[in-house]
Design a protein around this ligand. Sequence first.
Ligand code: NDP
Length: 246
Amino acid sequence: MQELSGKRALVTGGSRGIGEAIALALAEKGADVAITYDRSADRAAQVVDAIKTKGRRAAAIKADSADPAAIQHSVDEAARVLGGLDILVNNAGIARYNTIADFAVEDIDALLAVNVRGPVLASKAAIPHLTGGGRIINIGSAGADRIVGAPGTVYYMTKSALQSLTRGLAQELGPRDITVNLVQPGSTNTDMNPEGGESADYQRSLIPLGRFGQPEDVAAAVAFLATPAARQITGTILNVDGGALT
Ligand code: NDP
């Protein structure tokens, strides 16, 4: 019997990067997994195939995390296809960088819509489906606690909002035995932040372990928080950052 056998999970932004790794890690532990995607339909289909190869049920649902109706539909659809919902992972996110002086209003709105309103609305949509033992796991950023380059200010600000969302939701849902936690990745090798990218050496210089994380490193933390063994952990922040915040 695997730790997540019989559990049903939805991972937003599961078509690539950290979300893909989370979806696969949950399936590896026995969960059935739906993912959302926006632009990467082919990648999403590959993730579904990989989950099915593990013998789990899987679905990919197109849903722009900036669109409230699409979010509501994706959560209800995931619960319908999987026969319920036990785990929500709010992973979908975008990064846009600029100085505050030059930040375009539409970029600020896009960051707030996807990175802040998206997780709030996905959680709101998931709450009626979740029962005792349920999990909401948000994906923030170590940058919420340490600004790495001023042009990241607005992006990091959206991630610090998830700290309050996590703590408040943990209080709201605790009486129903539903835990809510925040995983904060540090520099992690994905399309968003490749380990061979322009600022990668600078980022590595800030990390005591001296290396980028891989998506699987973040996924391992998320998968643990999803298991019954983590039932007493709620409202907490788990950094997966190679020690960057020490
Ligand atoms: P990627 O850019 O590599 O992947 C982003 C994922 O989110 C894709 O699956 C993408 O789907 C999805 N996504 C983006 N916008 C939307 C949208 N509007 N609606 C639905 N899905 C969307 O990013 P990472 O994997 O690196 O990041 C995952 C999370 O981790 C994000 O929240 C990010 O902020 C956070 N993070 C990442 C760090 C890093 O160093 N990589 C560090 C700290 C935090 P599609 O391609 O289908 O549009």
